[in-house]
Design a protein around this ligand. Structure first.
Ligand code: 5GP
Length: 191
């Protein structure tokens, strides 16, 4: 099954995604390519493959990306080959991508299962963005505004089957796992 996990930055979706990867045997996290700067928290080839604008454009031209989008002025995309290979092996393939990319994937692969992670409130989200200590206040405010926009776009579309409020991390992980198991069982029952 192809799983799409989206949610605004600072909502805890990377932590949830990595927990799912550990909990579901045989699941794989799809490592995206991006033109954004690598930070000290990023491991090359594990969190992202960091590429130049030219390399990214070449991948788009070669139709190597399943989807791609601009997020905060940088390019992000999902390499198609590994996703297809792992799906054909019957694995759970996890895409952690934005709303725009999720719409593209869902249009191509309607069986993809979309989950959106939400903050308990706007105030909590703003606090979490500040606590990451990754950006200056101006960037934090931009991410905050973008987060509010993403949540409203996600709620008005039909890409996501469920919205999970990350108030308590353990509860959010358990709820995500429950929904994934339910969706996989439904897919098997229909196949
Ligand atoms: P960050 O730079 O904070 O790791 O990620 C910024 C945003 O880009 C997040 O919302 C993340 O989900 C999204 N993102 C990461 N990889 C991809 C991708 O391959 N495609 C798309 N469309 N969005 C991505």
């Amino acid at each position: 099954m192809l799983l799409i996990i989206s949610g605004p930055s600072g909502v805890g979706k990377t932590t949830i995604t990595r927990a799912i990867e550990r909990a579901v045997v045989g699941s794989v996290f799809s490592v995206s390519v991006t033109t954004r700067q690598k930070t000290v928290d990023d491991a090359e080839g594990v969190d992202y493959r960091f590429v130049t604008d030219e390399q990214f454009e070449q991948m788009v031209a070669n139709d190597e990306l399943l989807e791609h989008a601009d997020v905060f002025g940088k390019k992000y995309g999902t390499p198609r080959d590994l996703v297809e290979e792992h799906l054909s092996e019957g694995r759970l393939v996890i895409l952690e991508i934005d709303v725009n990319g999720a719409e593209q994937v869902k249009a191509k692969m309607p069986d993809a299962f979309g989950l959106f992670i939400e903050p308990p409130s706007e105030d909590v989200l703003l606090d979490r963005l500040r606590a990451r200590n990754r950006e200056d206040e101006d960037s934090i405010q931009k991410r905050f505004a973008e987060a509010k926009r993403e949540i409203s776009v996600a709620k008005s579309g039909d890409v996501y089957s469920a919205f999970i409020v990350n108030k308590n991390l353990e509860a959010a992980i358990n709820e995500t796992l429950r929904l994934i198991r339910q969706a996989r069982a439904a897919l098997h029952a229909n196949s």
